[in-house]
Design a protein around this ligand. Structure first.
Ligand code: DAH
Length: 360
């Protein structure tokens, strides 16, 4: 049967040249489809005489099988190539080291807050809280700072906006933790022993001031409370906090509207060799404000000043964190620099406690 060799060559070439699945399918349809060239030739066999059919039939069948096999082989080769390409593109070296997430740690402010909470819990003080957006009554009036009082100007207060036409005095971002004294008195009455650590805000920004910083407030109310109790509590707390056997505190007469009498407290220290040592030397470092709670403040908190007295104190957490851990610049506290935190931060699992040690 002439021409069969040419047909074979044509299809095998076409199959070899087919670059994708669609091209292979087109060749298959052209050769072996219902109306394909080979299929039509097979059909012609029926019209042949038996002799001719005997000669042509096997040759045609063999060609059909050969083309079919070539189509399958080409299809498999294309699939293999596609898989190879995909494997090459998606290659992943599972032996590379993992990319670790940045490791955080406990911020010195959190650490010192926990240390103070542990120290004062040991002395019988519970933790009290108040809002950071505070009414001017709690932040000022109830603390014996009336509207015309100069202390209001000195606090560099952030005021919240009021809706147009709303004439009520604006809320403020609390300028100190002292308003929590009033909230604790109103909520719990006397006797009372609380500390209130938290964020406070003032419009101030330089090397030693940031617009947000941290204070802890202390308040103890009972019958027959005196400055002597205040002094003992502060000495015990400072000894525990600075982890030294001996501290020396100096009470300097001062003035705060919410205490009478008032005292600023300095701690003895030395700066020998550029290193701060608490409890020794001839230097004094101011660390807190304190005093006996003013009768008007007790009254604002719903407590009878004839029957109860109390002492209060307030100190800057950031500042004593800098002192204890030798941190030079306050602003770095709030820059979220992981390298800084790695240097000054604390391990998450070392929870400060008086038994196990405050800082390790
Ligand atoms: N509230 C004061 C301040 O922010 C600190 C302070 C002083 C708090 C004396 C007190 C206190 O409770 O008795 O500067």
């Amino acid at each position: 049967m002439d021409g069969l060799e040419a047909v074979r060559a044509r299809y095998l070439d076409a199959i070899a040249a087919a670059a994708d699945e669609d091209a292979i399918e087109a060749v298959r349809v052209a050769a072996l489809g219902r109306k394909g060239e080979i299929s039509l030739k097979m059909r012609e066999l029926g019209a042949m005489d038996p002799e001719a059919r005997k000669a042509a039939g096997p040759a045609l069948n063999a060609l059909k099988d050969e083309i079919d096999a070539a189509l399958r082989a080409r299809r498999a080769a294309l699939a293999d190539a596609a898989l190879e390409a995909r494997l090459a593109a998606e290659w992943l070296d599972v032996t590379l080291p993992g990319r670790p997430r940045p490791q955080g740690s406990i911020h010195p402010v959190s650490q010192v807050t926990e240390e103070l909470v542990a120290i004062f819990a040991d002395l019988g003080f519970a933790v009290a809280e108040g809002p950071q957006v505070e009414s001017d009554w709690f932040n000022f009036d109830a603390l014996n700072i009336p509207p015309e009082h100069p202390a209001r100007q000195e606090h560099d207060t952030f005021f919240m906006a009021r809706a147009a036409g709303d004439d009520r005095p604006p809320h403020v971002l609390r300028t100190h933790t002292s308003p929590v004294q009033i909230r604790a008195m109103l909520a719990q009455g006397a006797p009372l022993r609380v500390i209130a650590p938290g964020r406070v805000y003032r419009m101030d920004m330089d090397q030693t001031h940031t617009p947000m910083f941290h204070q802890v407030e202390g308040l103890a109310i009972d019958r027959d409370i005196s400055m002597a109790h205040l002094k003992w509590v502060l000495e015990e707390a400072c000894r525990a906090f600075f982890e030294v056997d001996r501290v020396d505190l100096r009470f300097r007469a001062s003035h705060f509207p919410f205490t009478e009498p008032s005292a600023e407290v300095d701690i003895r220290c030395s700066w020998a060799g550029g290193q701060l040592r608490i409890g020794e030397g001839d230097g004094w470092l101011e660390i807190l404000g304190s005093g006996m709670v003013h009768p008007k403040v007790l009254a604002a908190g719903g407590i009878d000043p004839e029957a109860w007295q109390g002492f209060a104190f307030g100190l800057g957490i950031d500042r004593i964190a800098m002192l204890k851990y030798g941190i030079p610049d306050l602003r770095a506290f709030f820059e979220s620099d992981l390298r800084w935190l790695r240097h000054y931060g604390f391990a998450a699992l070392d929870v400060p406690g008086l038994a196990g040690g405050l800082s390790r």
